[in-house]
Design a protein around this ligand. Structure first.
Ligand code: DC
Length: 227
């Protein structure tokens, strides 16, 4: 059976992380969180004292850094940044880094290499549009702004230990959505051929089941072609 490339895009809090993780485990595929790559680069930009608009220096850093994004832990140049990249400061820094076309070009190339052999679930903002425009399955997850803010505020990985105020998270999320949607380089949008799923009032297992059905149909269509 062919190992597929599955692209999961959408804004923060739409459920990409949880859904991609469970889906990859079900299919025995690799799960790559491309946002964690932008976050890890942003972490190192701050750690090295670079300016967030120094595009040539950040592009060089993104190209040369050793990035380990194995399932679960994220390391950059040997530093385990798994927790350190989930802070409001890195939320902002990663959005700034993600605006820079030369940095995107470097990370997109690295993402293509990671997925070259298929058998991958990659989540992000531009996976179905730019990174893998010929992905076998493209899903665009979304949810209402209120629900996305509620999920983010209650996500221990993002709350840095304590619960955050939903209103505060909603304001930050709105600013970041705007930055992601209006940037010139690869703004967040659904690919024309992506299947949209509104997860606002869905349980994770129901979203996963729906995506698995789409994957199954793709695998069956493949089988049909091979005969
Ligand atoms: O999904 P996330 O919140 O961890 O992403 C961090 C930042 O990186 C966010 O501002 C969106 C950006 N990003 C991107 O531009 N392209 C991707 N493929 C993934 C994330």
């Amino acid at each position: 059976m062919r190992a597929l490339i599955i692209a999961i895009d959408g804004p923060s809090g739409a459920g990409k992380g949880t859904v991609s993780r469970v889906l990859a485990a079900e299919l025995h595929y690799r799960h790559i969180d491309s946002g964690a790559m932008y976050r890890a680069v942003a972490w190192k930009v701050l750690a090295d004292g670079l300016a967030l608009d120094d595009e040539p220096a950040i592009a060089r850093l993104a190209a040369e850094a050793r990035l380990d994004i194995g399932d679960g832990a994220i390391r950059i140049d040997g530093h385990d940044v798994t927790r350190a990249i989930r802070t409001p400061e890195i939320d902002r820094a990663a959005a700034a880094v993600a605006r820079l076309p030369r940095v995107r070009a470097v990370l997109v190339e690295r993402q293509r290499q990671l997925g070259a052999d298929g058998g991958i679930v990659m989540e992000g903002r531009d996976i179905g549009t730019v990174v893998f425009p010929r992905a076998d399955v493209k899903i665009y997850l979304d949810a209402s702004p209120d629900e996305r803010a509620r999920r983010r505020a209650h996500d221990p990985a993002h709350a840095g230990g304590g619960p955050l105020a939903v209103a505060e998270v909603a304001t930050a999320l709105e600013a970041r959505d705007r930055a992601d949607q209006t940037r010139a380089a690869s703004p967040l949008m659904a690919a024309a051929d992506a299947v949209p799923i509104d997860t606002t009032s869905m349980r994770v297992e129901d979203v996963v089941r729906e995506v698995l059905e789409i994957v199954q149909r793709q695998l069956e269509a493949d089988g049909g072609r091979e005969e």
